[in-house]
Design a protein around this ligand. Structure first.
Ligand code: SF4
Length: 103
């Protein structure tokens, strides 16, 4: 009598686990396509601008997200993920105070 109950709870556990993994996968995919807004509190704190020429604190005129070490967008793409902002998409022509020259 106890065996069916055990199997049932194991099945329930597996169903819950699969639902949890699926939820994580979908939320990860949703985050990957999020575009960083200039008004995002973290973006504001780091002085992120979608157009690097509008960033007053930028000293190097050649510095843009596309040549930043934290940027992982494809070459030639309009935008790409930035690890400083949890993988949110930033403009290839953007800039922020966390800019670091790509090696
Ligand atoms: Fe752009 Fe680099 Fe700042 Fe990310 S860390 S927003 S890639 S300049």
């Amino acid at each position: 009598m106890s065996a069916p109950a055990s199997q049932s709870s194991r099945r329930r556990f597996i169903k819950i686990s699969v639902a949890g993994v699926t939820g994580v996968l979908f939320s990860g995919a949703a985050q990957a396509v999020d575009t960083l807004s200039e008004s995002d509190p973290t973006a504001t704190a780091l002085g992120y601008k979608m157009d690097a020429t509008k960033a007053a604190a930028r000293k190097d005129p050649t510095a843009t997200c596309s040549n930043c070490a934290l940027y992982s967008g494809k070459q030639g793409a309009a935008d790409g993920p930035c690890s400083a902002f949890g993988g949110k998409l930033v403009s290839a022509k953007g800039w922020c105070n966390a800019w670091a020259k790509k090696a």
